[in-house]
Design a protein around this ligand. Structure first.
Ligand code: MG
Length: 235
């Protein structure tokens, strides 16, 4: 029996740990500009815009009330940085971006549903702790019918506590009635998941490409290239 059976609960990050977007940010940017008949020549490449879009999304997220509002604010700032200050343009791009992103959906990585089902059958309590805005994260959770897979779900935007704040992890542990020392947290972000969960007293499994150097001093208990690696140590 693996020593990790010392865990009674396993808790997961959502984005890029259990789910992925089949179309990249750059792909959605390119499709959005194409649908609107806009040229990327004067704004930068789709990859360049996508990289700035993702950074602005995280930077502005904490003050936002809704995903649609945040998307508009991000495009307003991004286009203004490129010399396009007209707000009507930012709104058109933001709306079309949202339509394109939704049309291409979000997916679970192969084997995730079975993994969660097997972990639960093995007796683990399961939790989900995801950063992000309430409406955006719940839309993903509901579209993938994920809520019944967990004993507790905490969306950071609902509780006003965002990873890596240890209190976000404590909020989830409370809903699970789980002890931190007997809970394994699984996530792909070193800064948010590994550092945050460690600070809250949980063991961590870091999902990262094989051979990724540790970016800091906190050493995760496990590292796997895919969440399916959990099977080796928990089942
Ligand atoms: Mg993630």
């Amino acid at each position: 029996m693996p020593d990790s059976r010392a865990f009674t609960h396993i808790a997961f990050d959502l984005d890029h740990t259990l789910t992925f977007y089949p179309m990249s940010t750059a792909g959605v940017v390119a499709a959005t500009f194409d649908h609107l008949g806009l040229s990327l020549n004067s704004t930068g490449t789709a990859e360049d815009l996508a990289s700035r879009y993702d950074a602005l999304w995280v930077a502005l997220e904490r003050g936002a009330q809704s995903a649609d509002g945040l998307r508009h604010a991000v495009w307003r700032q991004l286009l203004a940085e490129r010399g396009f200050a007209a707000d009507g343009l930012a709104e058109r791009v933001a709306v079309e971006y949202g339509v394109t992103r939704r049309a291409n959906g979000v997916r679970l990585f192969d084997g995730v549903r079975q993994l969660l089902s097997d972990l639960r059958a093995a007796g683990y309590g399961l939790g989900l702790l995801t950063n992000g805005l309430s409406d955006a994260q719940w839309e993903k959770i509901h579209s993938l019918h994920m809520e019944p897979l967990f004993d507790a779900v905490v969306v950071a935007g609902d509780v006003g506590l965002f990873k890596p704040d240890p209190r976000a992890f404590v909020a989830l542990l409370g809903r699970l009635s789980a002890a931190p020392s007997r809970t394994l947290f699984v996530g792909d972000s070193y800064e948010m998941d590994v550092v945050g969960a460690h600070a809250a007293g949980l063991a961590v499994a870091w999902i990262c490409p094989e051979g990724t150097p540790l970016p800091g001093d906190v050493v995760p208990r496990f590292a796997f290239p895919s969440v399916l690696g959990l099977r080796e140590v928990t089942l």
